[in-house]
Design a protein around this ligand. Sequence first.
Ligand code: AMP
Ligand code: MG
Length: 418
Amino acid sequence: MSSDNNLKFGRNVITVEEARASLREHAALMVTESIPLASSFGRSLAVDVHAEHPVPHFRRSGVDGYAVRSEDIRQAGWDTPVTLTVIERIPSGTVPQYRVGSGNASRIMTGAPVPDGADTVVMLEMTDSLTDKGQLNFVKVKKALPAGSNITPIAGEIANGDFLLERGSLIGPGEAALLATFGYNEVPVYRKPQVAIFSTGSELLNVQDDLVPGRIRNSNGYMLAAQVEAAGGLAQLMPPLSDDVKQVRAALEEALGQADLVVTSGGVSVGDYDVLVDVFGRFEGDLLFNKVAMRPGTPTSGALWKGRLLLALSGNPGASFVGFELFVKPLIKVMLGCSTPYPEPVSASLDADYDKASAYPRYVRGTKHVVNGCLWARPAGIDKSSIMVSIKDADCLIWLPAGGQGFQRGDRVLIYSI
Ligand code: AMP
Ligand code: MG
């Protein structure tokens, strides 16, 4: 057999996990940039964050009420109120001026610093105010409270130096709140990887082209671009390439020189016009793998050229979609510093018979739903890799092991959310 035939028919099969490990090994971490916190939602943090001060950094009142000494109100009850002299009003954002001595109370608002001397804040609802010529001078406290009530102590939430956020975390609402709390007006994040997307196939038309017999519009490119953006990358959607080795090689080499990652669809199987196979046949880079034990997308290939990774996905829309979710999405996450890039499976019941047994594990595009608190998943439409219309309904991949006689409704299966 010629070496081209070896690349087509003599391939070594590796597992999904091995293919992922190989990609991870060669993935380059993105450089960092600083961006305004306000526009950092969904970005990946490029530093570990530790608390640089305690939270709260003052004793904080949790309620609207009166700051008092707990020993002064030990006898207080609904019918035996204790009267205290109000010495101060403490709106939030101000600093108390007076120490609360025996027989004193300070009117205090939620979030304001508790004055020295006080060890308890009594909720407004448990007091009666007494006005003296329009001045609020006295308060009747109608409930006894132990020391510490309604006060968050210094560092009660976060101690100085606490480890809070791991490098590579996605910045969501909780992360944004922490970063704001610690004064990160600008946030160091990993730059989004530029992912060049090529669709190969002489049958492909541009989206704006009129349909002609025998040809189809390039839908994979747009699907993959959306997947890149959802994964945290920047999609560079390239015009479709025809099955011309020279043209494809030149386009890929140029893209590998400037993009952080290159993804192709089509041309990786054993047909006469499978152009990526020919490119890999005379490739200056390293072919990492060209056959993965999975369906769809068995001929999915990975390569390295001058330190840049190229992921060549099968052209069938279902295979492209699944290949992206299995390999490219985690790879983008790794490039963005994520330490847990692979989704964990959860157990679900299969909500349809699935007759096709397979020599390789199968990743079926699925739709999940909950019935009486139990998770079920069923194939999203017809499960053929050439079927594109059901991709919009897929919210998980149903993992079906190799071998066997097929699967029955009610069988326990593993699913991966996507
Ligand atoms: P291939 O992997 O190149 O053999 O492609 C398999 C089939 O997938 C082709 O015959 C097309 O029908 C379809 N296909 C390939 N590329 C695309 C694309 N970019 N958009 C939509 N369908 C595609
Ligand atoms: Mg093709």
